[in-house]
Design a protein around this ligand. Structure first.
Ligand SMILES: *Cc1c(COP(=O)(O)O)cnc(C)c1O
Length: 342
């Protein structure tokens, strides 16, 4: 099978990373303290198999009836693995939009399952084909906000899609803390809506590996049967529990990063890019006569790593993560320099 290739993770730290949508800021101070406390705890013992302390804190933070609505995982990528393992058997099919998160395809390949891509419309809405049920279709996955576009599908539309399918709909909310809406309330009234979240982006904890699923309790109970017994370790459970309790910290990060995103979007459009309005911590942009690959190379040579992407049917473009104001300014400076030299 073809391997999934994650974004470049250069060693050494001489490049500023604006390529994999990590958070440029340190995580909440309460998280660092929780990690230190956990490190002097009983590490000779196995952790709680369901990460119960996290589930209680997350249910409280999300306004859910109780911890039985949450399944914790080793990153949301593991949650996605559990979902595909649980719902999509050999020879069956999952559906994803295009262009979006291609890890889903790898997860189908691992199961010996098929995947089907439905292309977004040019305005980043979804065509009717995305909501059509099909005999072999077992799971539909929708990143919301989507990557690379940063665009969203409104919860009312998500609900309409869920209701017209015969199988569960996974709403991958990796970037939702930067967006205006989320789909957690849909989970409460529709057993077929499954929401995944990660601490990697908004909580600045990509190095910790923690994600979770929000679903109705009977769905969580079935999926818990097929996870590794101890899929989350004591240190990351402690970190994640402290993270979801850091509401004020999160609100501050959201305000700061969304302001930088808007400034970056405006500046890119002034430089002649077509910028897709983003509700995530990155921006997708395309220059009408820019050579995107050359701009990427120029930024890299100047010490800034951004993401050059090319998608069948959509052409190529640049996905730039929201960094600190200084990082973004320096990167924009490099891009401007390249454009002016043409
Ligand atoms: C980053 C990302 C994830 C992965 O999150 P982890 O918790 O780090 O595994 C999942 N889905 C999408 C769409 C992402 O961009």
């Amino acid at each position: 099978m073809q391997a999934y290739t994650p974004g470049e993770q250069p060693r050494g730290g001489e490049l500023i990373k604006l390529n994999t949508n990590e958070n440029p800021f340190p995580p909440p101070p309460a998280v660092v303290k929780a990690i230190c406390d956990a490190a002097s705890g009983p590490l000779n013992r196995y952790p709680n198999p369901m990460a119960q302390s996290f589930r209680v804190a997350a249910a409280e933070a999300l306004g859910l009836p109780g911890p039985e609505w949450i399944l914790a995982g080793n990153g949301s990528d593991e949650i996605l693995t559990i979902l595909v393992r649980g719902f999509v058997g050999e020879g069956e099919c999952l559906r994803l939009p295009h262009p979006s998160y291609i890890l889903y395809r790898t997860l189908a390949d691992i199961q010996g399952a098929k995947w089907e891509q439905v292309s977004f419309e040019t305005d980043w809405s979804l065509p009717a084909a995305f909501s059509q049920s099909d005999e072999k279709l077992r799971l539909v996955l929708l990143p919301n906000p989507n990557s690379p576009s940063g665009t969203t599908i409104a919860p009312s539309e998500v609900e309409r899609i869920a209701n017209s399918l015969d199988c569960p709909l996974v709403v991958d909310e990796a970037y939702v803390d930067f967006a205006n809406d989320n789909c957690v309330d849909l989970v409460k009234r529709n057993e077929r809506v499954l929401v995944t979240r990660t601490l990697s982006k908004s909580y600045a904890l990509a190095g910790i590996r923690f994600g979770y699923l929000v679903a109705q309790p009977h769905v969580i109970a079935e999926l818990a049967k097929i996870k590794d017994s101890y899929n989350c370790d004591m240190i990351s459970i402690a970190a994640a529990t402290a993270a979801v309790q850091s509401k004020d910290w999160l609100a501050g990060i959201r305000t700061t990063m969304n302001a930088t995103r808007e400034r970056m979007s405006l500046r890119l459009s002034q430089l002649g890019f077509h910028v897709t309005p983003s509700q995530a911590n990155f921006v997708w942009c395309q220059h009408p006569d820019g050579n995107h690959q050359a701009i990427y190379e120029h930024c890299k040579a100047g010490g800034y790593l951004i993401r050059y992407m090319t998608y069948h049917g959509y052409g190529d473009g640049l996905r730039i993560s929201v960094g600190t104001d200084d990082q973004v300014d320096a990167c924009l400076q490099l891009i401007q320099q390249w454009l002016q030299a043409q």
